[in-house]
Design a protein around this ligand. Structure first.
Ligand code: ATP
Length: 546
């Protein structure tokens, strides 16, 4: 049996008590601040090691701060007295080197910095400062420090070994705490991601239910914007080139609103001659003009309770704009030749392919009406800006054709390539037509890229209405037409010119990228391409961007 002096046995007993009490703290559910403070409290109350603190490095800085403490005044903590540079003082030394820091008498140690008010006021007596590293895989991740006041009989060895045990417990708590924090952050992120995916899925389902195909971000933005406001009565203005699905979106908005059981009335202001548009919209009384043999209900009254969709609103004559504004303000319609107004309640959705702000600037559209209608603008992307949707749309339309004509047409792989490389100035409607023409003129069920190209080149002979440039489509209500040029520079009847991706372009794109220091936006601008088109060409032509 080993015998030891009474003092040593006593001290070991006390150490054991402290260790057992600390271990008990670790058995409790994890609460890092509480557990670490508990450890510091035990060191102080049971062992006389006071003002315990755990200093940790501050991320991305060269400093450390006290994160957990016991017995330090809140004023000192608040005053930030415990933030120190890692190159300073005993704590910094322990953190840098992973060694033990023992200052038997702080009054005699020049390295020691008096940070605590209590210490700075300390006059006589001996004050010992002990700091041990908190290690992880042998590397310091923080420092545990205490101070011991007065003359103690016991040697420092016992204090240091007890502190090492305490530091390893603190390290364990910190590790578990960090693990929980990381896991929680990961779960929060995953949860956000899931919510986002669910929201997109829900939107896709809703848009699919209305026959709107496509999953591209540009289309989803438009779907999101539309669905968000569908249930309100806010006027929606759909902006986009011809054939981008403005009418489809208007119908979806109506179907998603509380007015869905009521009529959806659609009128194309560009398709009706100006002199007939007034009576079409507002109605007329019998005898109002030659040929008005009976009362006629206008589209606005027909839309009562439901939604009125005014397509190509930019083509509405100024006189009718004033009349429409009155209806929107007063919620009353005056049919032509009638002196009794009819009360109406409808939601208005408008669509335009022209830049209405420009029309306002040029005096062709009333500013007050513009403000009334342009409450929720929704931009519908042209097909060339959502090339990733072309395959899905093409397959869908081909299915419809097969169903309708009871045939079994299919698209060859190179047909998809051709479809995806085309600019589609007439957008989805044009895609539909080209597929139908290709199918009907093909003597085989399998439709090749060459056949699609053939149908597309015959498109170049078709006159299409002036578009997208914001140029005047004709106030009279009959849109001006312009020849659709396949690739003539400067000719952009529908957005960008008819451009195939071809190898000859590669050198020009490379040179432009070099000239612009690989600034893709600037290169796209110089090449008269959208950024998306440029990126598509860069990937198709295998151009190295480095
Ligand atoms: N996202 C889509 N998914 C499936 N079909 C679509 C989609 N968008 C449009 N279409 C179809 O394309 C054709 C043109 O759409 P729509 O008439 O809604 O376009 P628009 O922008 O109103 O055209 P315009 O301005 O020339 O009247 C329609 O046959 C429509 O069903």
């Amino acid at each position: 049996m080993i015998t030891m002096p009474d003092g040593t046995a006593q001290q070991m007993k006390r150490e054991l008590v402290v260790i057992l009490e600390m271990a008990k703290l670790l058995e409790k559910p994890l609460d890092a601040p509480r557990t670490i403070q508990g450890i510091l409290r035990l060191l102080s109350q049971l062992y006389g090691l006071n003002c315990g603190r755990v200093s940790l490095p501050v991320a991305a800085t060269n400093t450390m701060e006290v994160r957990y403490s016991y017995g330090l005044s809140p004023e000192d903590l608040k005053a930030g007295r415990f933030t120190l540079n890692i190159n300073q003082g005993v704590t910094g030394y322990v953190m840098r080197t992973g060694s033990i820091g023992l200052v038997p008498d702080v009054n005699k140690e020049p390295l020691f910095i008096y940070r605590v008010a209590e210490l700075s006021n300390h006059t006589g007596g001996r004050m010992t400062f002990i700091a041990v590293p908190i290690l992880e895989s042998g590397r310091p991740i923080g420092v545990l420090s205490v101070q011991r006041e007065g003359l103690h009989e016991r040697p420092f060895d016992g204090d240091i070994s007890l502190m090492r045990i305490a530091a390893s417990m603190v390290g364990q708590v910190l590790r578990i705490h960090q693990f929980v924090v990381d896991q929680t952050a990961h779960l929060v992120k995953e949860n956000q991601h899931l919510r986002h995916s669910i929201a997109i899925e829900a939107m896709l389902k809703q848009s699919l239910a209305h026959g709107i195909l496509g999953t591209s971000p540009a289309l989803m933005d438009a779907v999101r914007a539309t669905i968000q406001v569908a249930r309100s009565d806010a006027p929606v203005m759909l902006l986009g080139e011809s054939g981008t699905g403005k009418e489809k979106f208007a119908r979806m908005t109506h179907q998603q609103s509380d007015r869905r059981e009521k009529p959806f009335i659609c009128i194309n202001c560009a398709a009706i001659p100006a002199d007939l548009l007034e009576s079409e919209l507002f109605g007329h009384a019998k005898g109002a003009f030659t040929g008005a043999s009976q009362n006629k209900q206008g589209k606005i009254v027909q839309a009562d309770g439901g939604t009125l969709f005014l397509d190509e609103i930019g083509d509405m004559p100024l006189a009718l704009q004033a009349k429409l504004l009155r209806v929107l303000q007063e919620k009353k319609v005056d049919p032509v030749g009638s002196d009794s107004a009819i009360s109406v309640d409808f939601r208005v959705i408008t669509a335009t392919h022209v830049n209405l702000q420009e029309s306002v600037n040029q005096g062709r559209f009333r500013l007050d009406l513009f403000y009334r209608l342009h409450v929720v603008p929704v931009q519908l992307p042209p097909l060339r800006e959502r090339q990733e949707d072309i395959r899905q749309l093409a397959l869908h339309f081909l299915n419809e054709l097969n169903h309708h004509y009871e045939r079994n047409w299919s698209l060859e792989a190179n047909a998809f390539e051709v479809l995806e490389r085309f600019d589609w100035p007439g957008n989805i409607r044009q895609l539909q037509n080209v597929l139908e023409r290709t199918a009907l003129t093909s003597d085989q069920d399998s439709l090749s890229g060459a056949k699609i190209k053939h149908s597309l080149s015959s498109e170049s002979a078709i006159n299409l209405p002036q578009h997208a440039s914001g140029e005047k489509p004709g106030i009279s209500g009959t849109a001006e037409t312009t020849a659709y040029q396949p690739s003539g520079p400067g000719q952009r009847p529908y957005g960008r010119s008819y451009n195939w991706v071809n190898q000859d372009e590669a050198a020009q794109i490379r040179a432009t990228l070099v000239d612009t220091n690989n600034n893709q936006s600037e290169a796209a601008r110089r090449l008269n391409l959208s950024l998306r088109q440029l990126r598509y060409r860069v990937s198709k032509l295998g151009i190295d961007l480095n």
